[in-house]
Design a protein around this ligand. Structure first.
Ligand SMILES: *[C@@H]1O[C@H](CO)[C@@H](O)[C@H](O)[C@H]1NC(C)=O
Ligand SMILES: *[C@@H]1O[C@H](CO)[C@@H](O)[C@H](O)[C@H]1NC(C)=O
Ligand SMILES: *[C@@H]1O[C@H](CO)[C@@H](O)[C@H](O)[C@H]1NC(C)=O
Ligand SMILES: *[C@@H]1O[C@H](CO)[C@@H](O)[C@H](O)[C@H]1NC(C)=O
Length: 551
């Protein structure tokens, strides 16, 4: 298949484009293999570039002659193209529809994109496992790197090198992998400085144990889980499904750890919604957010009925519970899992780390968290983010789900409560959201390390981190109010504290540029404060000199 075959009308004059916060504009539309480019003759340099892969749904509205192509984007923006002849209307809408639904990853833009900047810090190697491991070694020598998953033989969705307890052999790990769902055995998370002085609590995540209806056991699994506890310690298993679902899973071969065989662990069920429930909820939220004609007495109840804020609250609450076990309850170890351990498990483990670990609140630490807890841990980005809020319910599959957006939203909630504790700003979170759905970079493509390796990503595409971490780009995403704080931050999960993320869901409805102004002002005030400080130091020095002269 050639792109040229799909692009029926590569260039089209005199079309009218409507997009948020702009007056309708007449100009020229170009369709290239990966972009839709619109430029008006009036404002040179004011071009619209849209990746085809950013288009969620193409809708057509037929008018007398020609029609309106409505592009509903994965970032919730809506763009309308008014085209006044039938043939061109059909050609353009069909082309965009095909180009936005390419299934073959090799045809996607990251494989064609050539950066216009020099790569200083290569994002592909910035977060390698050896680096992570060296951090763990700083405070514990009871872990090792294992190549047990070489060639992805025991777990398709995990990386080839994994960090495991020293006391556990590769044979044991293979046995455990056969017992855990999708071969996802437990994985330790680093715990930085805060914990190194204390008897180490470990945060583990895994897939469900394949206990089934006849209560299968796995001695190796029991051994591993009990080994990490340390003598005399107890741990918590946080199960992200409710009791019924977990029980039901047993009829399909899954299940949970029976207390008799894991006596030192206490199981707590904290249900978190997943699958298409989340996408339905997001869809409703986006609909409500753009309905500016909604009467006042309906607005809040509609916001409530889409359930989005409750989902956010559930994840935050579960993550707080995990953090609390690790930090408070006698520094207990925690194992988190749901069914496959690729969705809610990752949300909970990563939010808990944002709460506990100040390093995760820096730019580099947050990127490392996304690498470690999402990309390396096999969150299936390509499948989950194939569609966004605008797909019709009938076109949705169970697998499409804004799991990653829920995570970013939870981080935003914490950021909102602790605006000085994050090195990055809100726009940084928005940018990550956008790139997860459509990007020129290879970072979020495909579903796991194995698939990325097969496509030779590191050689063929550029990492998002290589781009973001350049000082001139990063400047835009830094929080001017950042004051590093080494303590654990406990977000409130009271309903009053959970807010709708305006910068995400209302940004095409209400102009958000006021926030940029506020952030500029804060930056100026900070510079001014610095100047005042150095002035004060100078004055103090002069005063001292005067005092010396006088005596
Ligand atoms: C529309 O597409 C057809 C090919 O399918 C092409 O022959 C025709 O020239 C196109 N029309 C316009 C106006 O670009
Ligand atoms: C919001 O709704 C209006 C019509 O009510 C529509 O014209 C516009 O494209 C929508 N915008 C977004 C971003 O949803
Ligand atoms: C890795 O596995 C693939 C099939 O899954 C196989 O074709 C290949 O030969 C294996 N490579 C090595 C080095 O074992
Ligand atoms: C750090 O955060 C904690 C918890 O919010 C707060 O009590 C403390 O004052 C903060 N410390 C600094 C130096 O900002």
């Amino acid at each position: 298949m050639e792109f040229a075959e799909l692009i029926k009308t590569p260039k089209l004059d005199n079309i009218i484009v409507k997009q948020p916060f702009r007056p309708p504009t007449e100009g020229t539309l170009c369709i290239t293999s990966h972009h839709l480019i619109f430029s008006s003759r009036r404002n040179v340099g004011d071009e619209l570039w849209l990746l085809h892969s950013m288009v969620d749904v193409v809708e057509r509205k037929i008018t007398g002659n020609g029609g309106i192509v409505i592009l509903k984007c994965k970032d919730f923006r809506i763009i309308q193209l008014e085209i006044d002849t039938n043939e061109e209307f059909n050609n353009v809408s069909n082309s965009i529809e095909w180009l936005s639904n390419l299934d073959e990853p090799r045809l996607l833009y990251p494989f064609f994109y050539r950066p216009m900047f020099e790569i200083v810090e290569d994002g592909w190697s910035a977060f390698c496992i050896e680096h992570e491991f060296s951090k763990i070694q700083l405070y514990s020598d009871s872990w090792r790197i294992s190549q047990v998953n070489k060639n992805f033989t025991i777990c398709q969705s995990y990386p080839e090198s994994v960090i495991v307890p020293k006391s556990i052999t590769d044979e044991t790990i293979t046995a455990i992998a056969n017992f855990r769902c999708l071969g996802r055995s437990t994985k330790a998370n680093k715990f930085s400085d805060l914990y190194k002085l204390h008897n180490q609590a470990v945060l583990l995540r895994s897939g469900q144990p394949m206990v089934g209806t006849n209560s299968k056991r796995c001695k190796e699994d029991e051994k591993l889980i009990n080994t990490v506890l340390g003598s005399g310690k107890r741990g918590y298993i946080i199960e992200t499904r409710n009791q019924n679902l977990a029980q039901l899973a047993r009829t399909k071969g899954g299940g949970f750890e029976p207390e008799v065989h894991y006596p030192l662990w206490r199981r707590v069920h904290k249900h978190i919604d997943r699958h298409s429930t989340l996408l339905d909820s997001l869809s409703k939220l986006i609909e409500v957010c753009n309905d500016t004609l909604c009467p006042m007495d309906k607005w809040l109840s509609r916001l409530e009925s889409c359930g989005w804020l409750s989902h956010i609250k559930d994840v935050l609450m579960c993550a707080c519970l995990v953090a609390q076990c690790v930090d408070k309850e006698g520094r207990a170890s925690v194992l988190v899992h749901g069914a496959e351990g690729m969705d809610s498990t990752l949300q909970v483990c990563s939010i808990a780390q944002v709460i506990l670990d100040p390093d995760c609140r820096t730019v580099h630490g947050f990127e490392a968290l996304i690498e470690r807890e999402w990309l390396q841990a096999g969150h299936p980005f390509a499948t989950r983010c194939k569609h966004s809020a605008y797909t019709t319910p009938s076109a949705r599959t169970r697998e499409q789900s804004p799991i990653f957006l829920v995570f970013l939203d939870c981080v935003y909630q914490i950021y909102n409560q602790f605006p000085c504790s994050f090195e990055f700003n809100e726009q940084f979170l928005c940018v990550l959201f956008e790139h997860a759905y459509a990007s020129q970079f290879g970072t979020f493509l495909e579903n796991c390390v194995k698939q990325r390796k097969e496509l030779n990503f590191m050689k063929k595409t550029v990492s998002l981190w290589s781009y973001l971490n350049r000082p001139e780009v990063l400047a835009e995403y830094l929080n001017p109010a950042y004051e590093p704080n080494n303590s654990v931050i406990w977000p409130s999960v009271a309903p009053q504290s959970i807010i709708m993320w305006e910068g995400m869901y209302l940004r095409w409805t209400i102009d958000q540029s006021i926030n940029d102004k506020i952030s500029k002002t804060v930056e100026q005030l900070k510079t001014y404060q610095k100047e005042l400080r150095s002035k004060a130091i100078r004055l103090r020095r002069q005063l001292l000199e005067l005092a010396v002269i006088n005596t």
